[in-house]
Ligand binder design. Structure first.
Ligand SMILES: [Zn+2]
Length: 256
């Protein structure tokens, strides 16, 4: 299995990422994509990719970091690294007010232009902003080959609109909330999404799956999310693992 989205680069939460990588490998999670939220954490993601065979990096400015964003020069330089598999996480977050929607769009537009130029996958963060993000996505002039709606929390109509964009292949991240007892609506939405577009992610250290809620999340918890997805789709865990792993290689062609 592959954890396609986590933050082992947040040093306050993972003072010893090697222990988390080891536990992941023992849990059959043999590839881990570490995602940046600004220049510094993007560099740390690449450093971890250099240090661990199992680790790959995604580089970019998170919308909640966008007030400090200046340009994509350092992100562009990091994209030359062979283990950088995507640009992100970028997007819109209307829940927190660390940055304005205008600042978020400045950062997101610049990263998108870079991704189109380099033809690299894009990983989106979206919180309480799906209408605007899908409107924005539909109205681009150019597209990268693949996009990921990380920790998808939109509704079925948002998913259908994203899937209808012919110029890019859109994938949906499935995280710990799929395992929550009260997440019936989320499981119903997951069951409406095409199986060949689903990815497993932890978003560690956040979004810890049941029955470990209250503890920090880590990539080794991917099998619990895989089980939760399998239950939502009424398929076996082995089928869910095989499908999501194959999808990850399509979503991120540099992953190997
Ligand atoms: Zn994230």
């Amino acid at each position: 299995m592959i954890d396609t989205h986590c933050h082992l680069n947040l040093t306050d939460h993972f003072p010893d990422p090697s222990a988390a990588v080891d536990r992941a490998l023992h849990a059959d999670v043999d590839r881990i994509i570490v995602v940046g939220i600004d220049d510094e954490t993007s560099q740390l993601a690449v450093d971890l990719a250099d240090r661990f065979d199992a680790v790959f990096a995604c580089v970019g400015w998170h919308p909640t970091s966008a007030a400090k964003y200046e340009n994509t020069q350092r992100i562009e330089a990091l994209c030359k690294h062979p283990k950088v598999v995507a640009i992100g996480e970028i997007g819109l977050d209307y829940h927190w007010d660390y940055s304005t929607p205008e600042q978020q769009l400045v950062a997101t537009n610049a990263h998108w232009a870079l991704a189109c130029e380099l033809q690299m996958p894009v990983v989106f963060h979206c919180r309480e902003a799906y209408d605007d993000l899908i409107d924005w996505l539909e109205s681009r002039d150019a597209y990268p080959p693949t996009c990921v709606l990380h920790c998808f929390a939109g509704d079925v109509s948002h998913a259908r609109r994203a899937l209808a964009i012919e110029e890019t292949e859109v994938f949906f991240g499935i995280d710990g909330p799929i395992t929550f007892k009260n997440a019936t609506a989320l499981r119903d939405i997951a069951a409406e999404l095409p199986l060949d577009r689903l990815l497993l992610e932890t978003d560690s250290p956040y979004l810890t799956p049941h029955p470990h809620r209250g503890k920090p999340n880590e990539p080794a918890m991917i099998p619990l999310i895989c089980d939760g997805l399998a239950a939502a789709l009424s398929i076996s865990a082995a089928e869910a693992a095989a499908a999501t792993t194959a999808n990850a290689f399509r979503a991120f062609p540099r992953l190997r």
